[in-house]
Each structure stands twice: as structure tokens, then as C-alpha cells.
Design a protein around this ligand. Structure first.
Ligand code: F6R
Length: 366
């Protein structure tokens, strides 16, 4: 039941700190000094043999995979491909016994993702599934399974399943880095420390969530909304954009901010709402440059940034701050205001938030 919330989606958004906590429980050794996955029986030889990771999923789970790519590449230097399952299954993907294939699916029943799993096994790859449903087809057929502990997700728009998938990629990235000794002890310890703090930081954002509600009023009549970001902020932008179109029915797109001048800038006019994520230090100057470009064309910009970046006030029209964390961890926090924006916009428009038109929770046919 909805536990006092008006919609399952809002309830599930608020369940995220607990869902993350549950997904982390039992994943660290006693001294909290390393990640443990008892269900992964991978020998060192096997881990050394993988020359590539291929992540396959659909929709929001695909967006979790894009974060997974960044995290695994950053922490292990193993090259990672990410592909939507409906494309992967109909080409001749380069996957073999030297590939670790990771399929991601909340329901564990998505037809295209299941087909990609079978095809990968047929090609000789080991398949790891990240799924939320024990006993689902994908959980049964995969070689190894990591369960997200999000609990049942009822709203069609995925929220807590997504953040637990992303969290699982962090844990897996750290786990593989430990096996390959590919990060310094110091950075490794910082990663473990910051990941443990994420649920409380999410809670902090949720406690101040009413401050984001008014923003939905200002975009609900827009024809188009754009999300921009660089580095890890880009896949989060894609997820924010999908969430918004899914339940508010407002057209929206996400861009890697550097791509704006290659076409999209032509669409920006007086009053066009832009949600800009500015959390990645190495590229934040570049982001501020992109924001100046869209402001010069009349865009109305909401900046989402870490609380240490107080100076972004000078560049944007509105700000939403997230608690400070390691640069690599920000996706677990920045997505929260984006989920809330889509929820409140859908609500303001009088849409059926939990059951958006034309969509089904589980896509078991292609
Ligand atoms: C969006 C959404 C969908 C699903 C997609 C894959 O909010 O929920 O994009 O993420 O249909 O579903 P699963 O994860 O069940 O394979």
C-alpha cells in the first residue's frame, strides 16, 4: 500500500535511502574494508581473462548501465560497452568467452534483455544479471545474479530500482578494482566511506524536497525541456529526461553539453527551460561556458550542483544543491531532484502519475 503517500512513485522515491541501505547490507567484510559478493564464484584467472565488459539493458536500466560503464572503466580500466537490448540482439555483437556480459533488469522479464542474455551465453560469454526479482526469467537463466533490494516497485516510472542498480555497479566496480588492484588504497577507502554515507545524503535531499516543487509549476506549460551535463552528469541527464517525458508527457531531451553547438542550440529560445547538472569538477568550467551560451539565447536555467559550488548562482536562474560527495558518487544524489521534478510536473498536469499512458511496467513482448 501507499503508506500515506498520494502515489506509489512518491513513496518509492522516499524509499530510496532504505532500498540502498538494504542493497549494501552484507556487502562489506566485517572490518568494512572490502566489498564481498559471496554469490560471485569468479576465480582470479577468470577475472584476469575478461578483456571487455558489455552491459545490456532497456530504458532506465540502460541508463544505470551508462553509469556502470563510467564507474567500471574508471576503477578497473577494463573497456565497457553499453547497449540497448533491442539493438544488441539483432546485430552480430562481438561477445565471447573473454567478455563479461552484465544484463540489468528490474523485472527480470524484459523480452529483449532476456534474448540478449541467451544470445551472449550462446556466444560463450559469462552473464551476470543485476535484477530486482528473485526467480524471474533473467535471474534463473543468468550464470550469476546480484539482487537489488529495492522491494516491489509498483509505479511504472522506475526510481528506487534504478538507484539500487546504480549502487550495485559501484559495489561491483570496487569489487573488481580490489581483485585487480587497480585503485590506490587511499581512493578505495574513500570510495567505501562515501558510499556508506549516500543513504543519509539522499535523505537530506528528500527532507528539503518541497523546495523543488515550485519548479515544476514553472515548466509544466513548456513545449520542451532540455537536460545538459558532462561526464557522469550526462547519463543522469538522460534519466531525468526519460522520467519527465514518461509521466509529464512534455517533450524533453538530454545532451552532453558539449554537443549543444552541433545542432541543439538552434532550438533554444526565450524562456526554454534547461536543467543543467554541474557536479563534475574537471569539466565544471566547460559547463559554465555552455550555460552562458544558452542564457545568451534566453534559456531559463536550473542548475543542479554540489553545495560547495555556491558561485553557480551567478550563472543560472535557479539552483538546487546536493550534499557534497566524491565526484564519482554524485549520480546517486543528482537523480533525486530530477525524479521529484518529473513527479510534481506530472501531478501539476493532472496525469496518472503511477500509470502513464501507453506504458506497461514490464515489457515481456518486443
Ligand atoms: C522507465 C522504465 C523503463 C524500464 C524498462 C526496462 O521508468 O521503468 O524504461 O526501465 O522498461 O525494464 P526492466 O528493468 O524491468 O527490464
Amino acid at each position: 500500500e501507499k503508506n500515506g503517500y498520494d502515489h506509489f512513485m512518491l513513496k518509492e522515491i522516499h524509499e530510496q535511502p532504505t532500498a540502498l541501505q538494504k542493497t549494501m547490507t552484507g556487502r562489506f567484510n566485517k572490518e568494512q574494508k572490502s566489498v564481498e559478493f559471496d554469490e560471485l564464484q569468479w576465480s582470479n584467472q577468470q577475472v584476469e581473462q575478461w578483456d571487455k565488459v558489455t552491459i545490456v539493458a532497456c530504458g532506465t536500466a540502460y541508463h544505470a548501465g551508462l553509469i556502470g560503464k563510467h564507474v567500471i572503466e574508471e576503477l578497473t580500466r577494463i573497456p565497457v560497452d553499453v547497449e540497448v537490448a533491442s539493438e544488441f540482439r539483432y546485430r552480430r555483437p562481438i561477445v565471447n568467452e573473454k567478455t563479461l556480459v552484465i544484463v540489468v533488469s528490474q523485472s527480470g522479464e524484459t523480452a529483449d534483455t532476456l534474448a540478449a542474455l541467451r544470445q551472449s551465453q550462446h556466444l560463450g560469454a559469462q552473464v551476470l544479471a543485476i535484477t530486482n526479482v528473485v526467480g524471474s526469467s533473467i535471474a534463473r537463466e543468468a550464470d550469476e545474479v546480484l539482487l537489488t533490494m529495492a522491494g516491489p516497485e509498483i509505479a511504472v516510472a522506475s526510481t528506487k530500482a534504478y538507484t539500487t542498480q546504480v549502487l550495485t555497479f559501484y559495489l561491483l566496480g570496487i569489487y573488481l578494482a580490489e581483485r585487480k588492484q587497480s585503485v590506490s588504497q587511499e581512493y578505495h577507502d574513500q570510495l567505501l566511506e562515501s558510499i556508506a554515507e549516500i543513504p543519509n545524503k539522499m535523505e537530506e535531499i528528500l527532507e528539503h524536497s518541497s523546495s523543488i516543487r515550485w519548479y515544476s509549476e514553472s515548466i509544466k506549460d513548456a513545449n520542451s525541456v532540455f537536460f545538459i551535463g558532462r561526464g557522469l552528469d550526462f547519463p543522469v541527464s538522460l534519466e531525468g529526461s526519460l522520467k519527465l517525458k514518461e509521466i509529464s508527457y512534455i517533450h524533453s531531451e538530454a545532451y552532453a553539453a558539449g554537443e549543444l553547438k552541433h545542432g541543439t542550440l538552434a532550438l533554444i529560445e526565450e524562456g526554454t527551460p534547461i536543467i543543467a547538472l554541474i557536479t563534475q569538477d574537471e569539466v565544471s568550467e566547460k559547463m559554465l561556458g555552455n550555460i552562458k551560451e544558452v542564457k545568451a539565447r534566453g534559456a531559463q536555467v536550473l542548475g543542479v550542483a554540489g553545495e560547495e559550488k555556491m558561485n553557480i548562482w551567478e550563472y543560472v536562474d535557479e539552483c538546487c544543491y546536493i550534499p557534497n560527495t566524491l565526484s564519482i558518487m554524485t549520480p546517486l544524489l543528482t537523480v533525486i531532484p530530477l525524479q521529484l521534478i518529473s513527479y510534481y510536473t506530472s501531478l501539476a498536469l493532472g496525469n496518472d502519475v503511477d500509470k502513464p499512458r501507453n506504458l506497461a511496467k514490464s515489457v515481456t513482448v518486443e
